[in-house]
Each structure stands twice: as structure tokens, then as C-alpha cells.
Ligand binder design. Sequence first.
Ligand SMILES: C[S@@+](CC[C@H](N)C(=O)[O-])C[C@H]1O[C@@H](n2cnc3c(N)ncnc32)[C@H](O)[C@@H]1O
Length: 277
Amino acid sequence: MRIPNFKSEEGSILYKNTVGRLISPRVAQVILSRIAPYETSPTRRNVLDLGCGPGVLSLSIAAQYPQLMVTAVDSSNSMIALGQEEAAKQNLSNIDFRTMGAEKIDLEPEGYDLVLCNLAFPFFSHPFDSMREVHEVVRPGGTVFFTVPGRRTWEEFFDVTTLVLGDMAMMAKPFQSKFTQAEVLPNAMAAAGFGKLEEVRTRLPFHFESGQAVLDFFSELFHLLDYAPEDTKAEMISAIDQGHPNGFTMHYEVVLLSAQRSQMPETSPELTPSLVW
Ligand SMILES: C[S@@+](CC[C@H](N)C(=O)[O-])C[C@H]1O[C@@H](n2cnc3c(N)ncnc32)[C@H](O)[C@@H]1O
């Protein structure tokens, strides 16, 4: 069982054709449904997509909202190259792709009305530092929307896996560490100085006609169960088919965290009026 390395050229193309085709566009919809209020403004609004990958979210925004100016950054050159290629194909002039890590966001301080991050936060190696960097580039009163996977993601599948494999099922849970990192998001936002934190959970259904289709899905996406013996896979398929003769539905749990940078200039505690008095 392995999670592909999305940073190489080969890996980023694999990502674009698998997770970037089947999962992240549906998760991105959760953020996209919140964008409309930001399009109407007398001045052009700036949007940053952090950890943009091949541009699943940022390209949609640039195409749908020509009045928004989108900056899309990712630490992987190959992901950025895919995004640039697609932007050129679509003739989009309101999107700028740049290779940049979330550890040092070298963009205009307070330059962004909206900062978005679709499914990338659990990959950041210094999540608290990165969130402080994000806070620097959001204008006072600006908003951030981050999506991360919730722990209930694919739980129906893991229930069957546990039934068939018992304790061995843990081996089929490569996402475990990503869930743990996703869960630090609210603390990272609060520690960076963001306020008005709001969490909304949405369960996106993924329906499959048969157990074989479920295994094919995981095998294409994450090479899940690649190394499982054939008889184990057959047992999994049979358990799904017998328990779910009308097809199997499992859910991706999207956790959407939004927060705002305060309108007030931030003062250090010793300068707040109550303490001065
Ligand atoms: C699961 S993909 C999500 C991509 C995209 N947001 C989407 O919706 O498809 C995670 C992305 O985070 C990027 N990434 C990982 N660590 C990063 C970092 N420290 N700074 C910026 N991007 C990073 C990866 O290169 C990858 O493109």
C-alpha cells in the first residue's frame, strides 16, 4: 500500500488523472459554493489558492469569475506546469501560477481578500508556521476557506475491511496520519490570529455498482490493497456484494473550515487601551 508521490512529473500527472479527476473537484465544489459573494465588488478582488496542485479549484474560479484575480501556488514545479498549461489552453488571463512552498509565502502582505486551500493542508510539513504566513497575506477583514478530509472518510469501506481483515485493516488506512494532521487545522488558524472560525461537515456520496468496482476505485487512486493476496481481495468483493446487493455507497467527509482576519489593526497586548489605563 502506498500513496503516490505527487511531486514528480509522473506523480503529478497521475494525481491529475485520478484524485484530481474523481475526488478533489467534488471537494472543491464545497469551497466554490461559498465564492459567489466575493465576485461583486467595485474593485478587483484577489484570491490565493494555496497548494493548488494542477489547478482544480483555481482554474474553475478563474474561468467562472473573470472579475477575480487568482494567484495559484504549489511547492511542486510539475503541478504548476500542469496548471499553466491548462490556463493557456483555456486562454485565462486572470490566473497566475507560481511555484512556492506554504512555509514561506512570498506574496504581497495583506494583498488577498480570500485565501483558499483545497485538501493540501495535511501535506504541509510546518502547518502552524504556514498558517502564520497565510495570515500575513490576508487583508484585514479577509476570509480563508480550507478543506480537509474528516475521519469518517470512506468509513463504510473500512467497516467491511475490518470485518474481513480484522486488525490487519489498519494497514489499509494510509490516510490515518493525514486525518491527524487535518485535525490541527482549527488550532493552527486560532494560533495564527484568525477569528470567527466556523466548521461545516459535508458527506459526499460515492456510489459503486459492485465490490469489484469499489476495489478498482481504490486501486486506481491509491494502490490500496495492491499487495493484498488475491483471496483476500475476493473475500472483500464478496463481503461488499453480499451486504449490498443494490450497490455500495461510501462517503468522503469534507471538513470546511472558514475564518477571518480581524478588521482591527492587531496591537500587542501591552498596548491595548485597557492595559495602558
Ligand atoms: C492532495 S493535493 C491537493 C491539490 C489541489 N488543491 C486540489 O484540489 O486538487 C496536495 C497538494 O499540496 C501540495 N503541497 C504539499 N506540500 C506543500 C507545501 N509545503 N507548500 C505548498 N504546496 C504543498 C502538493 O504538491 C499537492 O499539489
